[in-house]
Design a protein. Structure first.
Length: 199
């Protein structure tokens, strides 16, 4: 849902992109490093709870640098298939690293975490496949990447302040339940959105 409001944060991204001093692909690679750091911090955060807000910071930095790579490419007229490919590949690796670190930790019952990760990856797959077959981007659905990052940020902060279970699950587990359900709904929404293009 939040993906359609990307232009609303241009007033933040444009000054940062102007002063960046780095290319779009470099920003993509840096976003990957933040995702790696987030996954590692999340994995150890059950034993070291102070790592939860640090994980949240890395998640937001991943999203920021991911947004900056596209903004820099557009401002410099450097958009192209290569950069788009790099961006998509790194985004998927980032999703696996960040969610994988959380799911592999003791915070998450794997029976909840694995369906959540599958739903997230399939949601993104439908978006990129839609672009592959039609040349058009597809951000439809209730759970886009921006939504996931924002929700993950807040869930990590809440988990830090409320480390106990709520109605039988940790806060992060409830988030994974939402990702699994909302991700499945988004998959269906995107499937039917693409099918309408062919009518």
């Amino acid at each position: 849902m939040l993906d359609k409001y990307r232009q609303n944060v241009d007033f933040i991204l444009e000054p940062l992109a102007t002063r960046a001093g780095m290319g779009a692909n470099t920003m993509s690679y840096l976003s990957f490093l933040f995702a790696l750091a987030a996954g590692a911090a999340a994995y150890f955060s059950y034993q070291q709870v102070w790592l939860l807000p640090l994980t949240a910071l890395f998640v937001i930095l991943n999203g920021l640098f991911d947004a900056l790579d596209g903004k820099i490419a557009r401002m410099r007229g450097e958009t192209g298939a290569k950069g788009d490919f790099i961006d998509h590949v790194i985004d998927r690796f980032s999703d696996v690293l960040m969610l994988g670190g959380i799911i592999a930790s003791p915070w998450i019952d794997k029976r909840i975490g694995i369906p959540a990760l599958a739903a997230v990856l399939l949601t993104s797959y439908l978006g990129t496949q839609a672009q592959a077959v039609s040349g058009r981007r597809l951000y439809a659905g209730v759970l886009g990447r921006a939504d996931r990052l924002v929700l993950l940020f807040f869930a990590l902060i809440i988990q830090f302040f409320i480390p106990d279970v709520i109605f039988g699950l940790y806060v992060l587990e409830w988030l994974m339940v939402y990702f699994a359900v909302a991700g499945t709904i988004t998959i269906i929404q995107r499937y039917y959105a693409v099918m309408k293009w062919f009518k």
